[in-house]
Every structure is written in C-alpha cells, then in structure tokens.
Write a protein that binds this ligand. Sequence first.
Ligand code: FAD
Length: 319
Amino acid sequence: MAKVTEHLAASKGKPIFSIEIIPPAKGGKIDELLDAIEPMMELKPPFIDVTYHREEYLLKEQADGSVKEIKTRKRPGTVGLCSAIMHKFHIDPVPHILCGGFTKDETEDLLIDLNYLGIENVMALRGDIAKPYTYFKPMKEGHKYASELVLQIREMNQGKYLHEESEYLSKSDFCIGGAAYPEKHYEADDQNIDFKFLKEKVDAGLDYLVTQMFFDNNRYFEFVKKCRSNGINIPIIPGLKVLATKKQLDVLPKLFYLDMPEEFRSEIDKAKDDKTARQIGVEWCVQQCKELISFGVPALHFYTMSKSTTTMAVARKVF
Ligand code: FAD
C-alpha cells in the first residue's frame, strides 16, 4: 500500500485517474456497491476516496413540550468500506475524516483503527453542517476547523497522542489531504479571507489538496496560480463531476456554491431530455479533462456518487 503523494510521484507526470465514492445508505448491501464501482477498476485507480457522512438530528417534540434530539446517520460504514476496498481491489482507500460529530479522543481512536488496518491516507475535513442546523456546530471537545484536525494527525505522526507522549509510542505515518475551493468556500466573506485560512491549513501539514468540483477550468487555473504565488506548492488535484441530468444544472450550484459557465448552461437548457443532457455533460467534461491534462494536473479526481456510467464514458475518452 502507498501514500497518495507516492502514487502521484510514481506517475511521472502522467495524470492519475482517481475516484470518490460514498458508502451505501444504511441497510444497503456492500456487494451491490462494490459491483457498481467495479467497472471503474478497468482504469486502475491507485486510490479511492470514501466519504464520511456525519450524523443528523431529528428533533422530536415530547409530550411535555420539550424537544428531544435523536441522532441518526444515513450512510455509516466508511472504515469498513475502506477495508473492503483494500481486500477486494488491492487499492489504497482514502477515508474522509471529519471534525463534525467527533471529539478529539474519538478522532484519535479512529486514527488508531485506520493505522491498524494499514491505511496510509486520510482526507481531513471540517464536514458539512449537520441537519437540521444552519451553521456548523463542533463537539464540545472537538475541532472547529480542518486545520486543527490536520495538526492532531501530524502530532500522531510524530508519536504525540492526546494524553500520552513518549519515545516508545508508535508513530503513525498518514499522508494528509485537504479540501480547496477554487470558487470560494460558501461561508467565507471573500476569497482573500478563505485563501488566508487555506494557507493556514496547508501550513498545518497538508500533503495535497483536492478541489471542489468546477465546470469552468479558468477557475481552477486562476486558483492554482494564486496558490503557487503564495507559497502553496503541494499537489492540487482537480475534482470533477459529470453532469448527468438536466436538473443538476440548478441543483449542483445550490449544493456546492459554484457557477455554471453560460455556454454550458445554454447547451443543457436546450437539451430535450436527460439522455441528451448527459451526452452534453460527458462531452463538456471530456474537454475539461483534455485542457486540464495540457495544463499538467497531477490527477483527475471524479465525484462518482458510487456510479460508474458517466465517469467511465468520460475516462475512456481521456485515459
Ligand atoms: P475548513 O478548511 O475548516 O474551512 C471551513 C470554513 O471555515 C471556510 O469558510 C474557511 O475559510 C473558514 N475557516 C477556516 N479556518 C478558519 C479559522 N481559523 N478562523 C475562521 N474561519 C476559518 N463533507 C462531509 O461531510 N463528508 C465528506 O466526506 C466530505 N468530503 C469532501 C471532499 C472534498 C474534496 C471537498 C472539497 C469537500 C468535502 N466535504 C465533505 C465538504 C466539506 O466538509 C464542507 O465543504 C465543509 O463546509 C468545509 O470543510 P473544509 O474541510 O474545507 O473546512
């Protein structure tokens, strides 16, 4: 097994095909998910990201008028799925780990589990806002920002545990990825503030970045230029999503706070049905990939939602 940065170095300038998958909904069958992603193994992704889904809270009014919070998680199983990927496909999994919903001690336990499993990579994230809240609420003994989580992992890599520190404690050796937003993170007041915090996160010890999806390559190019001129020199992997339905033209910008290029929007608007929209989406992404490869990207990372059809339609034309 190897680190993401080692895979990138070994590719000798040829961009890597990598994917992100999501665990099945609770009660779903792991075999169905592994079957669904199997067609993508044809392109031998050296690593596969597995998202982490934080808990949600159902607010139930009680007979006495008080409100009870019921904690539920729609897609548990990130660690088990990572282990299954290692065993079935012999591919490095990259579990996402979150600030949200975790105390620092629980994070430490999770990292120990991953270390025992032989997992060498993690993606350190703050995590989405837990429903039904409208703002991010860290745990009382948890981290508020991804940069704090990165520091905890770095410390463990040096043999410093939360309550123990001794030269006899084993050191983990995680390669750490983090998220970046070429079109700004939605909570940040402006791009410069967001960039300042991104730089802090990188300096805390990130090894590489993966971007939020974008449909306008210029956003990525400008972002990389800004990173390089401000001393962020780690690999910046572009995240890509193939538009698969007409509805996604409006849903994706709302969910991920991104702009759709006018030319793309008008092409999709004219599409008579989802099948036509999908063909346009595939062609748009193929052109994006070709331009990104000419730019010299280290990898093309696809947000697959654990489905292979559209990703493979693009990847077969590109790799
Ligand atoms: P941070 O880097 O902590 O930034 C969050 C916000 O806080 C930003 O606006 C930033 O500017 C600001 N900020 C940072 N530091 C400070 C500071 N010191 N003081 C004040 N403000 C600060 N979500 C999931 O729940 N599960 C997943 O598996 C998942 N995978 C993802 C993978 C990728 C590649 C990406 C791009 C996103 C993913 N997300 C996932 C979504 C992510 O959790 C959300 O976008 C979240 O809102 C921000 O996470 P972050 O790690 O970028 O946060």
